[in-house]
Design a binder for this molecule. Sequence first.
Ligand code: FAD
Length: 420
Amino acid sequence: MTRTFHFDIAIVGGGLAGSLAALALADSGFSCALIDATDPATMRGAGFDGRTSAISYASARVFRRLGLWEAICGAGGEPDAEPIRDILVTDGRANSRFDRGGASPFFLHFDSRELGEDQPLGFIVENRRLRDVMFDAVDTAPGVTMVAPARRVATRFDRGAAVMRLDNGRDIVASLIIAADGRSSPLRAEAKIKTHHWGCGQTGIVATVAHERPHRGVAQEFFLPSGPFAILPMTQNRSSIVWTEREEAAPAYMALDDAAFLGALRQRFGAHLGELRLAGPRWSYPFAFTLAQRYAAPRLALIGDAARAVHPIAGQGFNLGVKDIAALADVLREGRDVGLDIGSLTVLQEYQRWRRFDSMALALGMDFLNRLFSNDLGPLRLARDLGMSAVGRVGPLRNFLMREAGADMGSLPSLMMAEG
Ligand SMILES: Cc1cc2nc3c(=O)[nH]c(=O)nc-3n(C[C@H](O)[C@H](O)[C@H](O)COP(=O)(O)OP(=O)(O)OC[C@H]3O[C@@H](n4cnc5c(N)ncnc54)[C@H](O)[C@@H]3O)c2cc1C
């Protein structure tokens, strides 16, 4: 017999975006079901996700306001969020500034101290940590019910509510369904929301390394012909590597034994942090762009990678999702407070207006950057090097880019606004 459960909002997808959405919306007084096809115990496991996320300082405010930041930082224990103090961008060669002096003229250096506030450019946090903290909070939040493992198998959008059938024999009835079901979002497809999708022929190889010398909070990105190679500072003298490789070459690197893999990694990493050692397994992720043409339909809103999935060249994918969630929380709260149906298009179009253009512009900008830098053509290389050197000389422009990377620009939802 099918059992039916009623909520204000049903969120399909308990990834980073869905979990945060459940907590933010419950904090705004909505009852939420959080549904995922995978068992939470598996998602918390060491073998599930080896990535880190660069969390912008505006996104960190959302975690702070929801009371999650202390747990992410491991109050009283080992800190788990590493502040990013500097970002160095170099075209095609290993960094020489911090170990050998003599900066390349084509260096771009973003220095958090230039913002004039005691504020890092962002934080590097392990996805495993984010997931653990959010799942712990979901387990105790009065307004959230986790329904997992359970796969959504069918959905009906009626005038008064949406009805969702799960493969565990339950029906969920809600005023609004949020699709947080990832870049290939089955819900988006069923709602016949079209996407712009294009591959970039690249795979991300992800690994954690421990190194001899301290990174001093410096994140580095080298633009190599196969794509960006990022070194992201982690706690305990470790760094997370996101090595973009041509998709046809990546499997061979993934198949190398540890010693050979470390050798190939060292050639790209350089010697500035001394001896390197692998501090965990390797992972690989195909890169592609997907942009939904609409973020809303009657009783349906898209967030996170279901709304748009971007290249991690600037570490913005999840941050864009955080802004979706904060904006949606504002729009739904305001709609409810004036007596509107939160699943109506009147309310949801407000969310779409706020988020779609903003994130499309950013996604296209990242695609452009990736194309511009992922090649070794002489004239293009000259143009981008001159561009980098010009940006590097203009303080206000650097300042603008730092604030943009911190997601502290444009119209900010209330959860993201600076305190005071
Ligand atoms: C190598 C790499 C590095 C990155 N670095 C950064 C970074 O530094 N900073 C940053 O901001 N972003 C970064 N990103 C992007 C970021 O990781 C993603 O944007 C984010 O993880 C997307 O989360 P999501 O919850 O939207 O989707 P997902 O994590 O894909 O979650 C979707 C969930 O939906 C569930 N689901 C799907 N279908 C169903 C169904 N029918 N029923 C029930 N459940 C279902 C799935 O089980 C899954 O758990 C990076 C990405 C990559 C690949």
